[in-house]
Ligand binder design. Structure first.
Ligand SMILES: Nc1ncnc2c1ncn2[C@@H]1O[C@H](COP(=O)(O)OP(=O)(O)O)[C@@H](O)[C@H]1O
Ligand SMILES: [Mg+2]
Length: 377
């Protein structure tokens, strides 16, 4: 990992994808209001590839046009030795992938239905906003995310949900179209037309991917079970998903219809918009007692996924530029140092017991000797 862009301190790496690395960092702006941010930095090996550099800048430009509570906010586009670095809001929580995996391993084998619906509604709201976004003079931008999948959805520990990764999103403003013949997306979430390499993808591609995510949210398993990528692609292309109710998942008929409609291999047969899917989800939520508040989602997520400290103790600065820069979460000592201090406490109490025992032996021996001396007189 190379150094940090000027004005930033890198705390740790969050992950590395094909195009960029994602880093947790602290930003020290000139106004003194330091804060934790996420840096998405183009990998050095792509620096000379003009097409990839333009794609990366496109991602930043596109994200900067989006302002929605369900989308991670972009703050700036920095430059480090000629490499573009995207600065964005840090979403403090696990990916939906991690939440789904933990839910599947729990005793219920899936998430509670109202929490699953709340997460699904949040994703659909963000996507509907993206699809409907127009430019400043009202012309539709026709943005398609093209990579809606559980690793690109983050669930904050406080129960709010955010969509990330517009790296391959398409819009009217995109400067470069992704290279011909190169499939972009995530297998298992790509719509059949995307798998076939069609270039005229529209928002209905996202409707398909949303359908796969919704299916996993309510059932805990993938709608197209397969053991090899080829088998998976064949199943998706043939529209051969496992029916929610026929597989025994306890899902109301109307919800199963809403989700399965998204999975139609022919995009004409899918719901016309994410907004339509959203209406179905909200109706469903109303039928099962209403959408839970974020605190309820938070409780479930915290139960499923352990929350580690944001930064290690050593990374905390005793004299940071501003005390406000440190959240209460980052003030909590990390688990490792908590257990270190516990073992130090244990060692200290053992020493006290041994010292007391020694003192007792010395006092007893002294008393005995004095007694002998007195008796001998
Ligand atoms: N704003 C963010 N806050 C916290 N974690 C993030 C953020 N953006 C990305 N991540 C993490 O980094 C991973 C990769 O980021 P992403 O933008 O999806 O890049 P890639 O193109 O490599 O998939 C995500 O799956 C998520 O775990
Ligand atoms: Mg991603």
């Amino acid at each position: 990992m190379s150094g940090a862009p000027a004005g930033y301190e890198i705390l740790r790496k969050i992950g590395t994808g094909g195009m960029a690395e994602v880093l947790l960092a602290r930003r020290y702006p000139s106004d003194g209001l330091a804060r934790i941010v996420v840096l998405k930095r183009l990998l050095e090996r792509h620096r000379a590839n003009a097409e990839i550099v333009t794609m990366f800048r496109d991602e930043a430009r596109l994200m900067a046009m989006l302002c929605h509570p369900g989308i991670a906010q972009v703050y700036a586009l920095e430059e480090q030795d000629g490499i573009p670095v995207l600065v964005m809001e840090h979403v403090d929580g696990p990916t939906l992938r991690a939440v789904l995996d933990a839910g599947r391993e729990s005793s219920a084998h899936r998430l509670p239905i109202r929490v699953a619906l709340a997460i699904g509604v949040a994703i659909a709201e963000a996507l509907a906003y993206v699809h409907e976004r127009s430019d400043d003079i009202g012309l539709p931008l026709r943005i398609v995310h093209r990579d809606v999948n559980p690793t690109n959805v983050l669930v904050r520990f406080d129960g709010y949900v955010k969509l990330v990764d517009f790296g391959i999103a398409r819009s009217e403003t995109r400067v470069v179209e992704t290279r011909t013949g190169v499939l972009k997306g995530t297998l298992g979430y790509m719509a059949p037309e995307q798998l076939r390499g069609r270039r005229d993808l529209d928002h209905r591609t996202d409707v398909f991917s949303l359908g796969v995510v919704l299916y996993e949210l309510v059932a805990g398993v993938h709608p197209f079970p397969a053991t090899t990528p080829d088998e998976l692609a064949t199943r998706v292309l043939g529209g051969r998903f496992v029916g929610l109710r026929s597989a025994g998942h306890r899902v109301r008929r109307s919800l199963a219809r809403t989700i399965e409609a998204c999975l139609a291999s022919d995009r004409e047969a899918r719901p016309a918009s994410v907004r339509d899917v959203l209406s179905g989800l909200i109706e469903e939520a109303n039928a099962v007692g209403g959408l839970p508040v974020p605190a309820e989602v938070s409780r479930v997520v915290r139960d499923l996924v352990p929350r580690l400290a944001l930064v290690e103790r050593d990374e905390r600065r005793p004299e940071g530029p501003t005390r406000l820069s440190r959240s209460p979460a980052s003030m909590a000592p990390p688990a490792a140092s908590r257990s270190r201090s516990r073992s130090r406490r244990r060692t200290r109490s053992k020493t006290v017991v041994v010292a007391l025992a020694l003192a007792l032996v010395v006092v007893t021996a002294g008393a005995y000797l004095v007694g002998r001396v007195l008796a001998g007189r």
